[in-house]
Design a protein around this ligand. Structure first.
Ligand SMILES: *Cc1c(COP(=O)(O)O)cnc(C)c1O
Length: 378
């Protein structure tokens, strides 16, 4: 059996090796390393894939969030509502820009931002909501967008973990994750569902004015060369990464189906195991399993993780510390009692190996070791 990894980038590369190598060689031969034609064609291809009016490629998913917030003309101290249970990038950029991150609790099933908690945290200073489509499943965007509309707020969807997932609204409307709010952001970090071979990111919007502003900000605040209208940043997707992403985007749906297949295998094996809770399938979204995350009892998680590690099965805890408890946000002072779900999840989540190259033999080996663990720890 092949060694089990959390993510198997080498195995995935092997299957498309000649296409990838050709695409890289083309860029090197053209020497158009910055803003080469592949960047523009990737932009067009992703716009088509998402059915979005504008895609603006940039340096990484964190920049995508930062530039998006910069485009909204906010003032120091304005409040941005975002989930307590996510990767720090989502909230870091809010604080970095002098805005105030207002963390809210998540739903126990989907682990996504709770619309009820959002409502309770609204204030006269609230300017935007940044929901995160965690682990490959969309937040309840119908409800979030309604709250935003009623209160005149912007919505930025952090789609770093859910590119290709579909957001389902109550009236049967299906839209790609990242296209239902004012702005969507995503990341092409190598382990994401659409991963580059280095850093990369993109911003998505159907709003022409925002698209124009976002383009300026990501390019030193300029439209005409050497005339700068505003303070911007330098954030570009490099041409070699765009060339690689052009190849891999063609396989994104297939990659997501492979993840769903592996998840279905896990689901089937674990569904009657009383010691673990399998991932919830939300009515608001398809699930493309950026992570396959189970819940255990707090007391069994570390022993299970150690048991798996002893048998060469990696696993990860995403995320062990709620954002409101991170040192970095220490100065904001949040009431611990406001985040019971996040607290509970942070003590119980365990993500199992999940990628596009998992083989049945490996999946069997993993589930058997999980089941063995609980049979021996009754
Ligand atoms: C990966 C990730 C980001 C940041 O992406 P980078 O490209 O690493 O900057 C932001 N938000 C979430 C939820 C992520 O998972």
């Amino acid at each position: 059996m092949k060694k089990i990894q959390m993510v198997d980038l080498k195995g995935q590369y092997k299957k498309i090796q000649s296409q990838i190598n050709n695409s890289i060689e083309n860029v090197i031969n053209s020497t158009a390393f910055i803003n080469g034609p592949e960047v523009k064609s990737f932009q067009n291809n992703l716009e088509k894939f998402l059915d979005a009016k504008h895609v603006i490629p940039c340096g990484n998913g964190t920049d995508a969030l930062q530039i998006s917030l910069m485009s909204l003309d906010l003032n120091t101290g304005d409040e941005i509502i975002t989930p307590d249970f996510t990767f720090i990038a989502t909230a870091e950029v809010i604080a970095f820009l002098g805005l105030k991150p207002v963390f809210v609790d998540v739903e126990p099933g989907s682990f996504n931002i709770s619309p009820d908690s959002v409502k309770k945290s609204l204030s006269s200073k609230t300017k935007a909501i940044v929901p995160v489509h965690l682990f490959g499943q969309c937040a309840n965007m119908t409800e979030i967008n309604n709250i935003a509309k009623e209160n005149n707020l912007f919505v930025i969807e952090d789609t770093a973990q859910a590119l290709g997932a579909e957001s389902l609204s109550g009236n049967g409307l299906i839209s790609k994750a990242g296209t239902t709010g004012d702005i969507g952001t995503t990341s092409f970090f190598p382990s994401k569902n659409l991963g580059a071979y280095g850093d990369g990111g993109a911003i998505i919007t159907n709003n022409d004015d925002l698209a124009k502003k976002i383009r300026h900000i990501g390019n030193h605040g300029m439209e005409k060369k050497y005339y700068h209208d505003s303070i911007g940043v330098n954030s570009r997707l490099d041409t070699i990464q765009a060339a690689i992403l052009n190849v891999k985007l063609k396989y994104l749906d297939e990659y997501n189906r492979s993840r769903q297949k592996a998840a279905a295998f896990y689901d089937e094996a674990f569904q009657n195991l009383e010691n673990i809770t399998i991932p919830y399938h939300s009515e608001f979204s398809t699930h493309i399993f950026h992570q396959y995350t189970i819940l255990t009892n707090p007391e069994s998680r570390d022993p299970l993780r150690n048991h798996l590690a002893r048998n060469d099965i990696p696993s990860m805890i995403y995320y062990p510390v709620p954002l409101h408890r991170q040192e970095a946000f220490g100065s904001y002072r949040f009431d611990d009692k406001m985040f019971p779900v996040t607290k509970n999840l942070s003590q119980r989540v365990l993500s199992l190996p999940m990628h596009t190259e998992l083989e049945i033999e490996q999946l069997n080996y993993i589930v058997n070791h999980v089941i063995d663990f609980f049979n021996n720890h009754k």
